[in-house]
Design a binder for this molecule. Sequence first.
Ligand code: PLP
Length: 406
Amino acid sequence: MDTVYLDNNATTRMDDEVLAEMMPYLTTLYGNASSMHTFGGQLGSKIEEARQRVAALLNCEASEIVFTSGGTESDNAAINGVLAADTAKRHLVISRVEHPAVRTTCQLKRKQGYQLSELPVNAAGQMSLDELAGALGDNVALVSIMYANNETGVIFPMERIAEIVKGRGLLLHVDAVQAVGKLPIDLQRLPVDLLSISGHKLHGPKGVGVLFVRRGTRLAPYLTGGHQESGRRAGTENVAGIVGLGKACELAGQHLDDERRRVAALRDRLEAGLLRDCAGARVNGDTRNRLPNTTNISFEFVEGEAILLLMDHLGIAASSGSACTSGSLEPSHVLRAMGVPYTCVHGSIRFSLSRYNTQAEIDYVIREMPAVINRLRQMSLFAQGAVDPEQAARFHGMWDRVGSQS
Ligand code: PLP
């Protein structure tokens, strides 16, 4: 069997139709869209077609779409652009589970003297809306809350969040990188000011994204030196990428309903199978409000990296909730914010599916995983009682709470 790819929240396979639509712009039609001559200038209409296609998926105006290099740039642009446009307001409000593209950018702002509120989440990964409302003072420059979490798939109640933030007359940015293409989003109904998208998360190309900027939103240009994207984002357009993203959005709109159902059924089959057949397995996050393609499962007493390695030998690609960085195992800030116990947080695996997964693949994973987990658990010093998890947590010096998730 080829690789069973269950890491679609990291990146997705590009749709063949997307590639076909991009090919001319990677080969024969290589002009610069800003050129005076027809060879380059003709590309402008293709960029505008892509803008229309993105706008159609989001139900917004094409003029509100700014093409960027991806989700990270869109998130940075929203935060930096808003702060630069109104230097009087000095307070940022985010959740504790934001993607680093938002979180690290805001933490950097804190070092530069801004106030930063990071709203906690409960064991299900949900935030208290009362706490959100309580954090919204007059000095707030921007509230930035993700639509759906990349690690757990947990969906925040965005309509209610928008109601609260806009009710206070404040600016709201939404990192919708994981939501667009998986959930319907209607920006006529959802009154957010700024919204980030990434091409490679919805079967489009890498290195291209979108920042939706609602008409009238004050956002300072953040890349200067050219007139492109109405002066908001200078730089020669990534024509092939933009065309590909436009096509990916068109396809996402066409397949959204069918795929949501099909992928969710496969995800549920995988989750049920793993919970049934693997001892000490538990799901992290609010299972009622979750992306259709994601499940985050902790396998108690085993290391996520070890699980991934054995899965890799079996041709299964997924990702772990902890990243091995600079020699220390740093547990995921998302699972930590949710209070997932120490003995579970290290053994968490994110399975994220796409329209390309089949039932045969899911059944293969269900069949193979119990042996992987059993083998590692037999080696686990925690499982054998040889190491006290509480002591280990303290040794790592990064864990305030070892207890169970309540
Ligand atoms: N925001 C979220 C929620 C993400 O999941 C990601 C990518 O993993 C990003 C932002 C960054 O997007 P990109 O890879 O396009 O820079």
